[in-house]
Design a protein around this ligand. Sequence first.
Ligand SMILES: Nc1ncnc2c1ncn2[C@@H]1O[C@H](COP(=O)(O)OP(=O)(O)O)[C@@H](O)[C@H]1O
Ligand SMILES: [Mg+2]
Length: 347
Amino acid sequence: MMPVHELTSENVGDYLSAGGLIPSGSTPIVEELGGGISNVVLRVETPNECFVLKQSLPKLRVADDWPFDRRRIFRESDCMSYLGEMLPAGTVPRVVFRDDPTYAFAMTCAPPGGASWKQLLMAGEVNLSVAARAGELLAAIHNLAVHDARVSERFEDSTVFVEGRLDPYHWTTARRNPDVAEIIMAETDRMLGTRLVLVHGDFSPKNLVVYMSDQECAGLLLLDFEVAHFGDPAFDVGFCLTHFLLKAIRFPQRRTRYVNAAGIFWRRYFDSLQPSLDQGIALTAARELGCILLARIDGKSKIEYIIEEPMKDTARRLSRGILLDPSLTVEAALDLTDRPLAVSSRA
Ligand SMILES: Nc1ncnc2c1ncn2[C@@H]1O[C@H](COP(=O)(O)OP(=O)(O)O)[C@@H](O)[C@H]1O
Ligand SMILES: [Mg+2]
């Protein structure tokens, strides 16, 4: 087998001109994007065009060993193409070309004027219209399954979900937290048996580019589809909500603002979801929220902005509060979060 051409900002110009993907002799401006743990992401600009090249890494940049098949990049470009056909124009980037032997593909650049939702939230800019729009977008993706039977077949293989989420998040966290292991394992079994919608798998503020106009959200661009699969809508909801809870823990002075944004996201999502897809999602999403919150502390993909042990314990306590009450809804989990999350010694 030919060795894979591993892309860097230094060699990407030669790679592109050798493949006829940019005019030979041109010297593109290359910028490394991301800070992601599992891909090389390079923004390439020539006088005529701008695209972002993404290549899956053979080995993830985390402390733990985390096997994740490089072919996940094929799932990503396939899902981006599919959503490009099905969602309103401008909601996802367009696939420009694929280079499967290199485990790479190129997509159009985000239009100028956008901002990372994660960066806005981290800076304390918590705009509720963005949260509502994100809830609506997630429901629109999940709702596709109601009208399009092809989606179940196309994204049926859930290897990316097992390798990219269940193993490094849930199963690892269960091993490290024996007192709630049974609850987490039951939750993963439930998810594996639930095949209802196209799940994005990484629906987080980091993967949403926000466009504002007059203090209102005018549009969102969604990125990063390597974990997309046909499965359980509660996963995306719990995954996204976790990011608000983590920020509420990290910045206690802004706690209520983050919880309110989470509440708006959830309500808009729920109100936009096709009723046939609601199979107790207020409960299952809360359970998933508890699992993922703990996983961002004790799993293989640790949240980078919660470092100190007392703050980690606050997150652990909150996730246990959620996991140990089987009748807890998303709304109740958010109420639980909006109490002083005292940083204290391990409970
Ligand atoms: N098409 C794009 N246009 C502009 N920025 C992008 C584009 N794709 C990715 N990025 C930036 O690069 C970051 C990493 O890309 P992403 O696809 O999310 O990779 P990863 O899977 O490693 O998280 C994104 O969070 C975003 O800031
Ligand atoms: Mg990303």
